[in-house]
Design a protein around this ligand. Sequence first.
Ligand code: GAL
Length: 681
Amino acid sequence: MNTEYLFPAMTVGVCYYPEHWDKSLWEEDLRRMLDSGITVVRIAEFAWSLFERTEGVFTLDYFDPFLDLCEKMGMKVIFGTPTATPPAWLTEKYPETLNCDITGVKYRHGMRRHYNYNSPVYWEKCEIIIGKIARHYGNHPAIIGWQIDNELNCETDEFYSEADSAAFRMWLKERYGTLDKLNDAWGTVFWSQTYTDWAQIFVPRPAPHAAYNPHLHLDYLRFVSRSCLDFCAMQAKILRAHISPDAFITTNGMFGHMDNHAMTRNSLDLYTYDSYPNFAFGLDVKDIEHNLLRDRWSGMKLTEVRSICPHFGIMEQQSGAGSWTSRMDNPMPRPGQMTLWALQSVAHGADFVSFFRWRTCTFGTEIYWHGILGYDNRDNRRMGELRDFAAKMKKLAPVCGADYAADVALVRDYDNIYDSELDNWHRRVTRQSEDALFEASQLHHTPMDMLYLQPYTSLEDLKKYKALFMPHASIMTGEKAGLLESYVRQGGVLIVGCRSGYKDEHGRCVMEPQPGLLKKLTATDVMEYTLASPAEEEPYAIWNGRRMPMPVFNDVLTPLKGAQVLARFGSSYYAGEPALTEHHVGEGRVLHLGGALSREAAAMILEHLGLLEPFAPVVSAPQEVELALREKDAEKVLFALNYQNKAMTITLHQAAQSLFDGRTMQGDVVLAPYEVQVFRL
Ligand code: GAL
């Protein structure tokens, strides 16, 4: 494919459903879109029953007149495969294609994503319809790209059909070869779980306290990911065989229980994400702590997206209130927020932003999920913001293809993500530390990336960063430990926290002193560890006379030869014992924190490393304002985003030119409520 289209210019799009509207509206809609700066529409991703109303009877021409109109008017199109919404005839005739809840009850027709990835019949039906669509539309000149399915693993990322159990057994046979090996890996001698026939193995089924064998469950999540990736690869292969070589293949959204990185690498040309920051203002948001950053938490997701695809697209960007009739009660974005959130995506690496959706649907589950236009179709406030945003995107030309700049990264891998979902202790520390690091990075204007350790991750990937936080890699392998060691030896800084390195790839605990395979790097030993007791004050340590909260879990560290103690616990029965150590290895160093990160600890460690507030020489900003830098060659573009409903002042310590209005500014600059300014440095 022509990778030049990823994207040659900052591009604005919109999601459009021609089938929801009278055909007489199409031309006027396209004209209004083009007038307001939209150059791409995404269509067709739920339209299976239009293409195949009954089994084997195909009416593929429905979108022809729409696409011809697009071509005539100069609109580009991203075309979706319709596999998220199988038609009624299909699931009624072939109920084995349906996904089930954990009790085995089937999800029925009427919603979406109610199918399973492993039914051979579903694969066959998908292969047929995708082949037909790809052959029919694949070379239409208006189409620049294809979207596979819609939000793989959205609605649910758990699969419990009979087809899934059958496929799980096959996958396990390939993985382990013999039942003896499987029994050993899963420790089935515990509670008499030993399997003597493959037919005895199922995907998780109801159990008291939902307490399944954790090693089986870990493999189950890997299997769900594999199933999803295979399904995506099947679609990509068919599309590739028929569509124009210039068109890209993508999918949208970012959901759980799937290796989005491998999927993108294996099957896609471009990753696109659906960004809905307004969830942070929903009536159901109860987590007060999380409210600290509200819509800035979307930045955490965008950071993850960037780790998959550095210059990504947003296939669905929030434009209006987001609610279904049955769930999710979210208010209308305040004036300025639609633009703020779209620019949040751009600041984090998006070169393509497509709004969801053109006009609010007048029927169905999503009548309250507002698009740019309302039911009455009149120009409105959001239309004004769309025009303004599209004009801004033109001025952001220097940003296209520019990298988000960060010296610090959070390191993850899928095994530890899955394990932390299943293991209470692992989950608690991981959530605490990842959230705290993100909060510290946002509040202290210290850009952060994410780096996923994948089988193909190279030392060069790690060396892009001055410091890597890998807070709680409970599962550690020799390969990963070796890569981390090379990074440190060549000058990198690695920060690990409590609960590191005590499990093998099956999630079984190793009979080694903690932190296991990382011990050589940390030069520490952990003889004593505990969850923080709710009966005691929140644990803390003292570092250079400053108090550093050490929440959730504490490892009491014993420094070995070469390790220096930086901080000691100030609380509980281990007060006075080492809480943070530093060990120089080669050109670099390793910090071992005997706890989960608090916001304060993350900031203190970054300060210790000289990495906190890197923009300080150029600009000062209050905590309420996010700063981000995108750079390409000598071009450096700074974003200042005000998430508050009140004016905020930043101070430029050097002259900088606003990309939006061309003014050169220095000193105090007032950002209006929800305003974003972008400066060329
Ligand atoms: C997304 C989905 C869209 C639409 C939107 C609003 O998750 O991809 O099709 O449903 O949410 O609910």
